[in-house]
Design a protein around this ligand. Sequence first.
Ligand code: GLU
Length: 265
Amino acid sequence: MYRGRIAPTPSGLLHLGHAKTFWTAHQRAREQNGTLFYRNEDLDPDRCKQDFTNAAMKDLQWLGISWDGDLVQQSSRLPLYQDAFEKLCAGGHLFPCDCSRRDIREAATAPHAEDGDPIYPGTCREKNTSTLFSQDSTKINWRFRVPQGEVIEFTDNAQGVRHYKAGTDFGDFPVWQKNGIPAYQLAVVVDDAEMEITEVVRGEDLLLSTARQLLLYRALNLEPPQFYHCPLITDENGERLAKRHKALSLRALRQNGRRPNEILA
Ligand code: GLU
């Protein structure tokens, strides 16, 4: 039985790119008589606002996207993430890291991954971290130790076989933040597994994250879903749509009299 999800982050208004991805997720679930869940990825209290959650739900409904069951709110699922975090810690997969983004950016050899994330230079990987351990472990940044040199291969249902090399295409990545909140990679894996999602449909900007997430599935002994990564929509300069493209937000298009069928076309 097909189980899909749409998983917007309520940190701004949805734009045409989201509409395309979520419409694809909706179509794939409906074509297979499956179930589609709505997961509100509202973990970051500084960026996420209730108004954006309300706007996203309204705009998606206006487009003709429907979902099943109750809204799944990440902010009310912290114990699940904490449990997974403890398992990863116990399995020796994590290390505490007090490098700032700036430290990492400035590390002499830090190249960038395809998705723009600087590749972690390994600063705290082998450090003596006993001083960090004297604090509450959920108030520290933790990273996942990737198996350097291992090739992670998966078959994407839209893009075919993809492979990425750990340590070269992406580095040790954050799974827990010192504000007591899990990082995106961990929360998504825990949720997709717990919600028994069979296919994850999302934008192709997250292909590299899929490689990271497959390492988490393995470390947590969870079965990964299938993946379907949609091409992104770009503006006339070839730049991917972002919150700054205000005129292409669903809200603005709708206020300017556009109809759902025009948007979907
Ligand atoms: N919440 C993420 C976003 O809005 C999507 C996460 C996912 O689909 O895995 O970009």
